[in-house]
Ligand binder design. Structure first.
Ligand code: FAD
Ligand code: NAP
Length: 533
């Protein structure tokens, strides 16, 4: 930490991919004084917290990184198609050290409240260590998959074994040779299930909804491949930034029903063999996420694979989804195969709900008790706004963000929200739905440009008009309604946790279109924002 002072040009909350780069931009490039905070004991965000066995990025290694540091792109090596949690954490720690950012990040410090003082045009930022600092700009990089969702199951406090959420996995916690239960079968659940199954004495999976999943296709990559990627990076990032989901693969422009049944099956099989969830949804055909027939063709293909892979027909039936294929597309290292193991059981908790946790394990509605040493909650996150709503953020007129977002979280461009002057969000509600580092960089660059432009013109307060926010929300809803995503119940629409309104929370037209929108706004003198001197 640099010498203690309590007034800054900017405060950045969060030290994951987003906060790290924001701090670099504002301090190292714009020359502002900045204080960063994270409640974690280290930097890395997602990759600090999620240390569960099997934790892996499913964006391919070469595009799950920053593009801003061209030398680092050439220097930092990888040897597998996907990056494990320790690798990504080491990478982010390296970025922080390389750009000398650590001295301005205060770790182990949660920001409890941020109040806009209208008399001084400053944010008053208070932490759980009792400190209050002031800043002209407040940047929230709180993470959209960060606030853990811990279901309130009766008897939770009575369980005498280890109870762990994957998003707060204790370092070095070992489940080998234990009787383990896992609640949740999303991306995280599938990773942890496939990783621990061979190591534990007994694994019981408590499944609420079956999921479509394809192979991830992980494996070693050669130094020659890595060299070829490095040589092509300028073009790679250019293509990524113009694409829809920004995952690096070529997105299909062929509608599924425009080809013969035989050709469809060939394409599905080819992409199943290559691996990757987003690739299967967006690289096979252009309309899996928008056309019901195309979607059904993809879903049927995956269901046929489940029937082929899973030996016990009743287990295969339980594992087979029947709904639309429109949650965040999943991939795994042999998820369905895992249920052929003798030490793995599947409990369908829609048919036989969890009644309570007991001192010894989980009791289901049929009265049976599953004895466990460890119960893993892979139950996901209060996505997108979860870390906002637990903070006391107050803007103009002392209005809280919770009041402002009572009908669901909204923003202009996923970056700013009405009534909260000089507050900029990275990955705020209604930002792009993509491989995230390229979207994070896009937003950080744009916010930094906006601040730089304003700084050049003299101190000011930048605010979003109500009209601009409403228009952006309507645009996001219109785009989302054009897709099949709202038809599936998942965190993408906040439908995974009880009591939350089901809302559009993403701009689903892709990164390329999003960047065009940002360019148009800045070219038009930051239309939608007001600037008061
Ligand atoms: P985060 O990394 O979540 O960082 C936010 C930080 O803010 C946290 O460290 C948190 O402690 C801190 N914070 C929040 N509130 C406060 C507060 N009030 N006070 C102080 N600190 C606070 N995305 C992909 O694109 N591809 C992938 O393959 C992929 N894999 C993932 C795997 C897992 C297991 C998970 C959980 C997510 C994955 N994601 C993936 C999404 C991932 O979250 C993003 O890619 C990216 O890491 C987000 O970075 P961030 O900085 O925006 O947020
Ligand atoms: P998730 O997708 O929201 O899945 C949570 C799981 O828990 C679901 O199976 C859900 O069932 C279940 N669940 C939630 N509440 C429950 C309750 N009260 N009782 C029983 N079951 C309950 O969360 P996640 O798996 O952590 O993934 C979140 C996102 O993080 C992913 O979509 C992805 O973007 C990212 N991620 C990526 C990777 C990767 O591969 N790179 C890995 C992990 C996470 P329902 O389906 O019925 O809601």
């Amino acid at each position: 930490m640099s010498e203690r002072k309590n007034d800054f040009d900017a405060v950045v909350v969060g030290a994951g991919f987003a906060g790290i780069y924001m701090l670099h931009k504002l301090r190292n490039e714009l020359g502002l004084s900045v204080r960063g905070y994270d409640r974690a004991g280290g930097v890395g965000g997602t990759w600090y917290w999620n240390r569960y066995p099997g934790a892996l990025s499913d964006t391919e290694s070469y595009v799950y990184r920053y593009s801003f540091d061209k030398d680092l792109l050439q220097e930092w090596d990888w040897d597998t198609r996907y990056l494990t949690q320790p690798h990504i954490l080491a990478y982010l720690e390296h970025v922080v050290a390389r750009h000398d950012l650590g001295r301005d990040i205060q770790l182990n410090t949660g920001v409890d409240s941020a109040v806009f003082d209208e008399s001084r045009d400053r944010w008053l930022v208070s932490t759980d260590s009792g400190e209050t600092v002031t800043a002209r700009y407040l940047i929230t990089a709180l993470g959209l998959l960060s606030k853990t969702n811990m279901p309130d199951i009766p008897g939770r406090e009575t369980f005498e074994g280890d109870l762990i959420h994957t998003g707060a996995w204790p370092e070095h916690h070992d489940v080998r040779n234990k009787r383990v239960g896992v609640i949740g079968t999303g991306s995280t659940g599938q990773q942890v299930i496939t990783a621990v199954a061979p190591e534990v004495s007994r694994l019981t999976v408590f499944q609420r909804s079956p999921q479509y999943s394809v192979p991830v296709g992980d494996g070693p990559v050669t130094p020659e491949y890595v060299a070829s990627v490095k040589a092509d990076y300028d073009d790679i990032w250019r293509r990524v930034r113009q694409s829809v989901v920004a995952f690096g693969f070529v997105e299909s422009d062929v509608p599924a029903m425009s080809v013969s049944e035989e050709e469809r099956q060939r394409v599905f099989q080819e992409n199943w063999d290559i691996g990757g969830g987003f690739r299967f949804m967006f690289g096979t055909f252009s309309d899996i996420a928008v056309d019901p027939d195309a979607n059904d063709a993809a879903a049927s293909f995956i269901r046929s694979k489940i029937a082929e892979i899973v030996q016990d027909p009743e287990t295969a039936r339980k594992l087979s989804p029947t709904d639309v294929y429109a949650k965040r597309p999943l991939c795994s290292k042999g998820y369905y195969e895992t249920f052929n193991r003798d030490n793995v059981d599947l409990i369908d908790i829609k048919a036989n709900p969890i009644a309570a946790l007991t001192p010894r394990g989980v009791r289901t509605a049929d009265g049976s008790e599953c004895e466990l040493d460890t119960l893993i909650f892979a139950t996901g996150f209060e996505a997108v706004d979860g870390n906002y709503t637990r903070m006391d953020i107050r803007g103009r007129g002392d209005r809280t963000i919770n009041e402002h977002w009572r009908g669901g979280p909204t923003s202009y461009l996923g970056i700013a929200t009405t009534g909260f002057p000089n507050l900029f969000m990275v990955l705020g509600p209604n930002g792009p739905f993509t491989n995230l580092p390229p979207s994070i960089e896009t937003q950080v660059d744009w916010i930094a440009d906006l601040i730089q432009d304003s700084e050049r013109r003299g101190p000011a307060v930048i605010e979003v008009t109500d009209e601009a926010e409403q228009e952006w929300s309507a645009t996001c809803k219109e785009i989302a309604d054009f897709t099949l995503f709202p038809k599936a119940e998942s965190w993408i629409f906040g439908a995974n946790t009880p009591g939350r309104p089901n809302t559009v929370m993403f701009y689903m037209a892709g990164l390329g279109a999003y960047r065009q929108q940002l360019d148009a706004v800045s070219a038009d003198g930051y239309v939608g924002f007001t600037r008061q001197v």
